[in-house]
Design a protein around this ligand. Structure first.
Ligand code: NAD
Ligand code: UDP
Length: 340
């Protein structure tokens, strides 16, 4: 069995589908602080298999221990954590307690049960403002906000753990910008309140629940002045976890991998692509830059290509189509159907 912490969330639920389709049995531990129980029913609808679900907080060591007592866990994929940059600046201790203390708890319980196989959700944010692009794994690491610092600290913690005990097998996956949804439109990204991220914001403007997109800056040193990012389809990202898990099951060590497409698109290019693919209009206004944003960020994913045999196969048209399909079928996210 594979334990997914945070498996009811956006990336975790897509990874659960991908793992079940590769014949893994899944246990999910999630406190539903940023997700909906409905996602578990949707996973079942897609795959015909229901993952075991525990409404458990990572801060609850006894609860975690019970999961390991009741299930034969072979490996853990650790998605569970808070991820809103702005909130982390306003409430740093909440982030340190949840993300750092939660991870320490998890690792302690894993160690007690002799489960030493982990895939961890890190982020391209650990590169801060990179000195050049595309970004390679050996580039300098830094943090620009408490959320990013939790990712960096956990990466360091995992390296220490491996150095103390080389039986561990740890893959650190540094995600670029995950977007889109499963092609069924049954699972997708369901942010609480006003979306921080570009894609859910665009989709909410397209469906009419927000009047206009605010583009944060058009004076960056990029081709059209708007910020450039490496958007990656969430199903490609999900597949990266299957590949990392397979590597972990057959080797020990600790390694970090960039998961991106290697192609950077600007905000305006994404808006235009979304409009064209889905035949919708996205009114927008250019605003000043968002504090902490960088001009350009895209991955060199050749290490994941060669060592994990992982490749991103879906392009931006599919990202736009699948994001819209999810939005249209679930105009208010999982709430749209939960009580129907
Ligand atoms: P998400 O919020 O949809 O999923 C995270 C899940 O963790 C949620 O279901 C939430 O309820 C759960 N969770 C949070 N704290 C918990 C706790 N203490 N105990 C149990 N469950 C808890 O986010 P996501 O986009 O699916 O991200 C998954 C992971 O990937 C996170 O660690 C995030 O930091 C990381 N990541 C996300 C992105 C992105 O853009 N989405 C980019 C880079 C890295
Ligand atoms: N962005 C924007 N308007 C929004 C949200 C984001 O113009 O409402 C821009 C942001 O400045 C960045 C890109 O879109 O250039 C991606 O931002 P997102 O928050 O999705 O991801 P980030 O790379 O910042 O983690």
């Amino acid at each position: 069995m594979i334990l997914l912490t945070g498996g009811a969330g956006y990336i975790g639920s897509h990874t659960c589908v991908e793992l079940q389709e590769a014949n893994y049995d899944i246990v999910i531990a999630d406190n539903l602080s940023n997700s909906h129980i409905e996602s578990i029913d949707r996973i079942y609808e897609i795959t015909g298999k229901r993952p075991a679900f525990y409404d458990t907080d990572l801060l609850d060591g006894e609860g975690l221990n019970a999961i390991f007592e009741e299930n034969q866990i072979e490996a853990v994929i650790h998605f569970g954590g808070l991820k809103a940059v702005g909130e982390s600046v306003a409430e740093p201790l909440k982030y340190y307690r949840n993300n750092i203390a939660g991870t320490v708890n998890l690792l302690e319980v894993m160690k007690q049960h002799n489960v030493k196989n982990l895939v961890f959700s890190s982020s391209a944010t650990v590169y801060g403002d990179p000195h050049s692009v595309p970004i390679q794994e050996h580039f300098a690491l830094t943090a620009t906000n408490p959320y990013g610092r939790t990712k960096l600290m956990i990466e360091e913690m995992l390296k220490d753990l491996y150095h103390a005990d080389p039986e561990w097998s740890i893959s650190i996956l540094r995600y670029f910008n995950p977007v889109g949804a499963h092609e069924s439109g049954l699972i997708g990204e369901d942010p609480n309140g006003i979306p921080n991220n570009l894609f859910p914001f665009i989709a909410q403007v397209a469906i009419g629940s927000r009047s206009c997109l605010h583009i944060f800056g058009d004076d960056y040193p990029t081709a059209d002045g708007t910020g450039v990012r490496d958007y990656i389809h969430v199903m490609d990202l999900a597949n990266g976890h299957v590949k990392a898990l397979e590597k972990n099951l057959y080797s020990t060590g600790t390694d970090a991998y960039n998961l991106g497409t290697g192609i950077g698109y600007s905000v305006l290019q994404m808006v235009r692509a979304f409009e064209k693919v889905n035949q919708v209009g996205i009114p927008y206004k250019v605003m000043s830059r968002r504090q902490g944003d960088i001009a350009e960020c895209y991955a060199d994913s050749s290490k994941a290509n060669s060592e994990l045999n992982w490749y991103a196969t879906r392009g931006i048209s599919q990202m736009c189509r699948d994001a819209w399909n999810w939005q249209v079928k679930n105009p208010s996210g999982y709430k749209s159907h939960a009580f129907s």
